[in-house]
Design a protein around this ligand. Structure first.
Ligand code: TXA
Ligand code: MG
Length: 316
């Protein structure tokens, strides 16, 4: 049987299938089935109060799983789907309440990845899928990452190569007026505003044991296991030298022979594609610490600044 047929068969039996998207790998199950979706939470060790994104393959399917489909949703979907944008709308009864953590809303997204779209089309149903990592770890951007995270906890892994975006989708809540960005991601605020006008940003960082409007907002999230610190460029000379890694921006070949001294280009698209893979790799080197240079406070770096803030503590 080919991998796609196998994946679909497992999903129809209520199993778990990890699949590629353009952002990160997802851990998918039939979003209509409480038994299937319950397995996602168990496999990830994810708190039951953190809702999942539901993936569909076209706008008609999205409308089917929304109790109301606002005009903004239609316009954004037409412009940016398939793509790294999750729209929060009122949910229909067809989606199991387990997937939405008992809440009245659902996050919907059409991923921009050929294999994911084939899977969704052939399965012909909604797939609840969080990132395919253990809760609070870094999202996987290759099938190998998923194997390392979830071996024995997932029924099947569809390998679609390296994710091209590399960080998670932008989550936009359309049930508020104006709409609110709950999580910055692969699609920028400016891109969204070019279609529907002003939106707010949800900025409050919440303590891990407090309930969050979108639990991805909890402070330490997406983190490596090695202690990780963020620093500003002027702090570079204060960093410890031995048994640590540094991730810098835009100063190529400062120390070309040091495999722990990594420089990424001053370009958020390229940076995003590789940062999680680099953190995972460094995490296997038994280092005392990882130091990450904070990208500039500019709009096109917003999502990466958010992820780095969540993965690190400030250096002081
Ligand atoms: O790019 C992505 O979004 C990836 C791929 C697999 O699609 N998925 C992903 O899922 O990152 P996850 O579960 O790791 O993050 C989903 C985020 C969480 O912060 C969750 O709290 C929020 O979206 N979320 C999901 N449904 C929500 C809802 N109904 N209301 C508020 N926040 C929601
Ligand atoms: Mg996640």
């Amino acid at each position: 049987m080919n991998p796609l047929d196998q994946a679909v068969q497992i999903l129809r039996q209520g199993g778990l299938v990890a699949f590629p998207t353009e952002t990160v790998y997802g851990l998918g199950a039939d979003a209509r089935r409480a038994d299937a979706v319950g397995k996602i939470f168990a496999a990830k060790g994810r708190p039951a109060n953190n809702p999942l994104i539901v993936h569909i393959h076209d706008i008609l399917a999205a409308r089917q799983y929304a109790a109301h489909w606002p005009p903004f949703a239609q316009r954004l979907a037409e412009h940016f789907w398939p793509g790294p944008l999750t729209l929060i709308v009122q949910k229909s009864d067809a989606i199991t309440p387990i997937a939405t953590a008992g809440g009245p809303t659902v996050g919907l997204r059409i991923p921009n990845h050929a294999l994911a779209l084939q899977l969704l089309r052939q399965f012909d149903g909604p797939l609840a899928a969080p990132s395919a990592n253990r809760s609070t770890h870094i999202s996987p951007t290759t099938a190998e990452h998923v194997r390392n995270e979830l071996a024995g906890r997932v029924d099947f892994i569809l390998d679609g190569g390296r994710c091209t975006v590399g960080i998670e989708s932008t989550v936009l809540d359309l049930t508020t007026d104006p709409p609110t960005i709950l999580r910055p991601g692969g699609l920028s605020k400016a891109q969204i505003e070019s279609i529907i006008g002003p939106v707010c940003e949800f900025n409050r960082i919440i303590h891990p044991d407090q309930p969050a409007a979108s639990p991805g907002q909890q402070e330490i999230h997406y983190a490596p296991t090695t202690p990780a610190f963020r620093f500003e460029p002027e702090q570079l000379k204060n960093l410890p030298e031995s048994n640590v890694a540094r991730i810098l921006i835009g100063q190529p070949s400062l120390r070309p022979h040091d495999k722990h001294h990594i420089t990424l280009p001053n370009d958020p698209t390229h940076y995003a594609r590789y940062i999680y893979a680099i953190l995972r790799e460094l995490d296997t080197h038994s280092l005392d610490a990882i130091y990450i240079q904070m990208p500039p406070d500019e709009p096109h770096w917003t999502a990466l600044r958010d992820r780095i803030r969540r993965a690190t503590r400030p250096l002081d």
